[in-house]
Design a protein around this ligand. Sequence first.
Ligand SMILES: [Zn+2]
Length: 117
Amino acid sequence: MSDYNWCHNPSCHTIETQSRIRGTGDNKVLRTMKIKANRYGDYQANIWNYFCNQRCLMMFLNTFGQEIANTYSVKQPSETPIKVKKVKEESYRYSWNSNERQTYMATRTTIERANNE
Ligand SMILES: [Zn+2]
Protein backbone atom coordinates (compact mmCIF):
# COMPACT_ATOMS: atom_id res chain seq x y z
CA MET A 1 0.00 0.00 0.00
CA SER A 2 1.25 3.45 -0.83
CA ASP A 3 1.61 6.15 1.78
CA TYR A 4 -1.86 7.50 1.05
CA ASN A 5 -5.16 6.73 -0.68
CA TRP A 6 -7.86 8.92 -2.10
CA CYS A 7 -11.23 8.56 -0.38
CA HIS A 8 -13.18 5.85 -2.22
CA ASN A 9 -16.52 7.65 -1.98
CA PRO A 10 -17.11 8.78 -5.60
CA SER A 11 -18.97 11.82 -4.22
CA CYS A 12 -16.34 12.86 -1.66
CA HIS A 13 -15.39 15.88 -3.77
CA THR A 14 -18.98 17.19 -3.72
CA ILE A 15 -19.20 17.59 0.07
CA GLU A 16 -18.76 21.25 1.00
CA THR A 17 -16.13 21.51 3.71
CA GLN A 18 -13.19 23.89 4.03
CA SER A 19 -10.83 20.91 4.26
CA ARG A 20 -11.67 19.99 0.64
CA ILE A 21 -10.99 23.42 -0.88
CA ARG A 22 -7.93 23.51 -3.18
CA GLY A 23 -6.64 26.02 -5.75
CA THR A 24 -6.09 29.76 -5.82
CA GLY A 25 -8.09 32.84 -6.75
CA ASP A 26 -11.02 32.08 -9.03
CA ASN A 27 -9.75 28.55 -9.75
CA LYS A 28 -10.87 26.89 -6.54
CA VAL A 29 -12.24 23.35 -6.37
CA LEU A 30 -13.54 20.86 -3.84
CA ARG A 31 -11.16 17.89 -4.04
CA THR A 32 -11.49 14.26 -2.92
CA MET A 33 -9.87 13.83 0.50
CA LYS A 34 -6.37 12.36 0.66
CA ILE A 35 -6.02 9.73 3.38
CA LYS A 36 -2.73 8.98 5.09
CA ALA A 37 -2.10 5.23 5.38
CA ASN A 38 -2.66 3.70 8.81
CA ARG A 39 -3.65 7.02 10.32
CA TYR A 40 -5.55 5.17 13.08
CA GLY A 41 -2.95 2.49 13.77
CA ASP A 42 -1.05 -0.16 11.94
CA TYR A 43 -3.48 -3.05 11.50
CA GLN A 44 -4.55 -4.57 8.21
CA ALA A 45 -7.88 -4.08 6.46
CA ASN A 46 -8.46 -0.83 8.30
CA ILE A 47 -11.55 0.58 6.62
CA TRP A 48 -10.40 4.12 7.44
CA ASN A 49 -7.54 3.70 4.96
CA TYR A 50 -10.19 3.96 2.23
CA PHE A 51 -12.76 6.43 3.51
CA CYS A 52 -12.08 9.85 4.96
CA ASN A 53 -14.95 9.59 7.45
CA GLN A 54 -18.16 7.75 8.32
CA ARG A 55 -20.27 9.96 6.06
CA CYS A 56 -18.20 8.99 3.01
CA LEU A 57 -18.27 5.30 4.02
CA MET A 58 -22.08 5.37 4.29
CA MET A 59 -22.44 7.25 0.97
CA PHE A 60 -20.24 4.58 -0.65
CA LEU A 61 -22.33 1.76 0.88
CA ASN A 62 -25.58 3.41 -0.19
CA THR A 63 -24.22 3.61 -3.76
CA PHE A 64 -22.51 0.20 -4.00
CA GLY A 65 -24.15 -1.84 -1.22
CA GLN A 66 -26.20 -3.92 -3.69
CA GLU A 67 -23.10 -4.77 -5.75
CA ILE A 68 -21.15 -5.67 -2.60
CA ALA A 69 -24.01 -7.88 -1.40
CA ASN A 70 -24.15 -9.56 -4.82
CA THR A 71 -20.36 -10.08 -4.91
CA TYR A 72 -20.14 -11.45 -1.37
CA SER A 73 -23.59 -12.97 -1.18
CA VAL A 74 -24.73 -15.21 1.66
CA LYS A 75 -26.94 -18.02 0.32
CA GLN A 76 -27.34 -19.94 3.56
CA PRO A 77 -26.93 -19.24 7.26
CA SER A 78 -23.69 -20.12 9.04
CA GLU A 79 -23.57 -21.71 12.49
CA THR A 80 -21.12 -21.57 15.38
CA PRO A 81 -21.26 -24.56 17.77
CA ILE A 82 -21.85 -23.36 21.33
CA LYS A 83 -22.74 -24.53 24.80
CA VAL A 84 -25.36 -22.57 26.71
CA LYS A 85 -24.96 -22.52 30.48
CA LYS A 86 -27.59 -21.26 32.86
CA VAL A 87 -26.48 -20.52 36.40
CA LYS A 88 -28.72 -19.43 39.25
CA GLU A 89 -27.12 -16.78 41.34
CA GLU A 90 -28.01 -14.26 43.94
CA SER A 91 -28.48 -10.75 42.63
CA TYR A 92 -29.79 -7.44 43.89
CA ARG A 93 -32.37 -4.91 42.84
CA TYR A 94 -33.36 -1.63 44.37
CA SER A 95 -36.86 -1.20 45.71
CA TRP A 96 -38.08 2.38 45.50
CA ASN A 97 -41.03 1.55 47.79
CA SER A 98 -39.02 0.26 50.72
CA ASN A 99 -35.99 2.34 49.73
CA GLU A 100 -33.59 -0.55 50.12
CA ARG A 101 -31.67 -3.13 48.20
CA GLN A 102 -33.39 -6.52 47.92
CA THR A 103 -31.86 -9.86 47.04
CA TYR A 104 -33.41 -12.21 44.51
CA MET A 105 -32.37 -15.29 42.56
CA ALA A 106 -31.37 -14.44 39.02
CA THR A 107 -30.49 -16.75 36.14
CA ARG A 108 -27.31 -15.88 34.30
CA THR A 109 -27.10 -17.29 30.78
CA THR A 110 -23.63 -17.60 29.26
CA ILE A 111 -22.61 -18.74 25.80
CA GLU A 112 -19.36 -20.65 25.41
CA ARG A 113 -17.75 -21.82 22.21
CA ALA A 114 -17.92 -25.57 21.84
CA ASN A 115 -14.79 -27.46 20.81
CA ASN A 116 -14.68 -28.24 17.11
CA GLU A 117 -14.59 -32.04 17.42
ZN1 LIG B 1 -14.41 11.17 1.59
